[in-house]
Design a protein around this ligand. Structure first.
Ligand code: IDP
Ligand code: MG
Length: 150
C-alpha cells in the first residue's frame, strides 16, 4: 500500500474548501491515516519545497504556504500517489480538468489550493517530514474489499 501527503494550502482553508477536498479523496476510497491543522514554519516550508529553491516563484511559494494555517493529511491505499495527484489536477488550475480540485476551484498557479506528493518515495519522505510516528493511525476502513481488488 502506498502513502501520500496532501496539503490543503492556506487558500483552501480560508475559502472553506477543506471539506469538499477531503470528500473527493475519501469517497474515492483512500484511507486517511493522519490529519492535522497547523501553522507552517518557514523552516518546514523550506525543507518541503527545497527542490524549488532558486526558481523565480520560490520566495512567493514560501510566503504563500506560511501565510495562514494549512491542513495536512496522510493517505494510504493502492495507487494512493497517483490517485491524489489525479484528484488535484494539473499544477496550473487553468490547465486542470473540470472535476479536479484545481480545475473546479482554482485560477492562479500561485493559489492552487493543494499539494500532493509526486512519487511513492516522496510520499513516504513527506509524511515522515510532516507527521510524527504517533500522529499516524494504523487502521482498516470497513468495506475496503469493495474498493481494492487485492
Ligand atoms: P505540484 O504542486 O503540482 O507538484 P510543483 O511544480 O511541484 O507543482 O510546484 C510546487 C508549487 O509551487 C505549486 O503547487 C504552486 O503552488 C507553485 N508554483 C509552481 N510553479 C509556479 C509558477 O510558475 N508560479 C507560481 N507558483 C508556482
Ligand atoms: Mg510538486
Amino acid at each position: 500500500m502506498e502513502r501520500t501527503l496532501l496539503l490543503i494550502k492556506p487558500d483552501g482553508v480560508q475559502r472553506g474548501l477543506v471539506g469538499p477536498i477531503i470528500d473527493k479523496i475519501e469517497r474515492r476510497g483512500l484511507r486517511m491515516i493522519g490529519m492535522k491543522m497547523m501553522d507552517v514554519s518557514t523552516g518546514l516550508a523550506e525543507t518541503h519545497y527545497a527542490i524549488h529553491k532558486g526558481k523565480p516563484f520560490y520566495d512567493s511559494l514560501i510566503d504563500y504556504i506560511t501565510s495562514a494555517p494549512i491542513v495536512a493529511i496522510a493517505w494510504q491505499g493502492s495507487k494512493a500517489v497517483a490517485v491524489v495527484r489525479q484528484v488535484l489536477g494539473a499544477t496550473d488550475p487553468t490547465e486542470a480538468q473540470p472535476g479536479t480540485v484545481r480545475g473546479d476551484y482554482g485560477i492562479d498557479i500561485g493559489r492552487n489550493l493543494t499539494h500532493g506528493s509526486d512519487s511513492v518515495k516522496n510520499g513516504m519522505a513527506e509524511i515522515n517530514l510532516w507527521f510524527k510516528a504517533d500522529e499516524l493511525i494504523e487502521w482498516k476502513r470497513s468495506g475496503e474489499e469493495w474498493i481494492f481488488e487485492v
